[in-house]
Design a protein around this ligand. Structure first.
Ligand code: NAD
Length: 264
């Protein structure tokens, strides 16, 4: 951890069970969050998409005592239902669900937005947006009261960034879904929020042709651009999992070193 990293008392999340979806490798935001939650005392489960990601996920989980791995491809309703069943069998109930999953076909991020295809639009929204609704519906029945659901979004939802394209439209729909899910799940005492992260070098980020420009602009213009890092995103995820954030729902919390707040 760097000297600017956020450290958490090991008791902040003790007694809580946190499920973090979307670990591809050690650079994944999901992994940063899973590790931070475990360091804060949580019992953590991570999910990965397929056999290719399995080895990484198992190796990473092996570094944290008690951490378990589960497979879940969110394009399948059966896989999501199976995950809910496996989590219930393993833990009985859970407290936190982190959705750190997105996908868009490469061509949709390479071509001009005007060339967005019907299939590309559908797939980006199915994996990056609908999946949050589906996992919230299947997993909320096993969530404890005052549970916390969170997802990862980006400023491209409200501002146009070159090459972010259909993913920006999907993030706008994701943020709207957060508000509607917060409305539905509030009566069960479950909170739903999004963390709008600044640029973090991950496998998905490398798939966005304009990523370096986005990252350079953020590093240069954000008040905290030089120090911002994934550890700060993970720190906010820990906060959203604690009871200290029990009054926050339907919100988008920016963790981008302040970039979103600047005029130029
Ligand atoms: P990542 O590639 O490490 O994570 C994306 C995850 O989505 C991977 O684990 C991948 O396997 C998973 N995924 C894709 N299709 C799936 C499917 N059908 N079923 C289950 N999982 C599937 O990249 P990341 O940057 O850590 O992305 C995590 C989240 O953070 C995404 O929602 C992304 O849009 C968001 N985000 C990233 C940044 C950034 O700069 N990296 C900034 C803001 C928001």
């Amino acid at each position: 951890m760097s000297e600017t990293s956020t450290t958490h008392a090991t008791t902040l999340l003790s007694g809580k069970t946190c499920v973090v979806m979307g670990v591809q490798n050690r650079w994944s935001i999901a992994w940063q969050i899973a590790e931070a939650m475990a360091n804060a005392g949580a019992n953590v489960a991570i999910t990965y998409v397929d056999d290719r990601a399995k080895k990484n996920a198992e190796q990473l989980a092996g570094t944290v005592p008690g951490m378990k791995t589960f497979v879940c491809d969110v394009s399948s309703d059966e896989a999501i239902a199976a995950l809910a069943g496996e989590l219930k069998a393993e833990y009985g109930s859970i407290d936190t669900l982190v959705h750190s999953i997105a996908f868009a076909p490469a061509d949709e991020l390479k071509n001009p937005f005007l060339q967005t295809t019907r299939d590309g639009f559908r797939l980006a929204h199915e994996i990056s947006v609908y999946s949050l609704i589906a996992v919230a519906r299947e997993l909320s029945p096993i969530m404890n009261e005052f549970g916390s659901i969170m997802t990862l979004t980006y400023l491209g939802s409200t501002r146009a960034f070159p090459k972010y394209n259909v993913m920006g439209v999907a993030k706008a729909a994701l943020e709207a879904s957060v508000r509607y899910l917060a409305l539905d799940l509030g009566e069960k005492g479950i909170r739903v929020n999004a963390i709008s992260a600044g640029p973090v070098k991950t496998a998905s980020a490398r798939g966005i042709p304009g990523f370096s420009d986005m990252a350079n602009a953020a590093a240069e213009k954000a008040p905290l651009g030089k120090v911002f890092g994934p550890q700060h995103v993970a720190g906010t995820a820990v906060y959203l999992a604690t009871d200290a954030s029990a009054g926050i729902t339907g919100d988008v919390i920016f963790v981008d070193g302040g970039y979103h707040a600047m005029g130029m």
